[in-house]
Design a protein around this ligand. Sequence first.
Ligand SMILES: N[C@@H](CCC(=O)N[C@@H](CS)C(=O)NCC(=O)O)C(=O)O
Length: 235
Amino acid sequence: MAGGETSGGHLTLLGVWPSPFVIRARIALNLKGLPYRYAEEEDLFGNKSELLLSSNPVHKKVPVLIHGGKPVAESRIIVEYVDEVFPASGPRILPADPYDRAVARFWAAYVDDKLLSTWIQVYGGRTTEERAEAARQVVAVLETFERAFEECSRGEAFFGGERVGLVDVVLGGFVGWLRTSEEMCGVKIIDHAKTPLLAAWAERFCALDGVKEVIPDVQRLVEYNKMRRARLGLP
Ligand SMILES: N[C@@H](CCC(=O)N[C@@H](CS)C(=O)NCC(=O)O)C(=O)O
């Protein structure tokens, strides 16, 4: 099926390339091997497209997946949606066992509740010291993920075990940004000495087909962050 056509109609993803939320939705679609049209919002912070405003009138944020004309918003919901709607396409992202599924959802939520809220100051903190302090706090959050990896992976390559699962996709969307921390504030966040399992996981995950194409290059993200900071009047 070409041009985004699937059994329930065309798939279109509205996004912007640097967004960790969009990246996770793209990873899920890619890993499932689903054809979709990717539509980049040209001016997300100045002039949102009519399609975005009408598809996600509550949050007005990307990503939005439009399936056969019906919008699905919120990245984690999109990841779960494509896995549920296309169970036979590609590998399953959600575990079959209800307890394992609950655990995966717990850690996926922790990415947004804790990692994102801590990291946001690395991105938007006022001074280099504020940003470096936020980066040190992110390292502490990753130490928690190091322990979670040990528990969830059961000695295999991914949080999902032998195969990529929900936590891999949700955390994986952030890896590009976590890798830019050293250039942004002088503190390395993905640190082989402090979180060796996670550092090895990040390399393994980013080398996968369907993932490597959508994780942005560090220098491109650094330049993007400089541009956003200038627009926000941050030094
Ligand atoms: N909880 C949302 C967050 C999405 C989000 O924050 N998207 C940002 C781009 S990274 C956005 O669209 N921002 C536009 C705005 O704030 O107006 C999700 O998981 O999809």
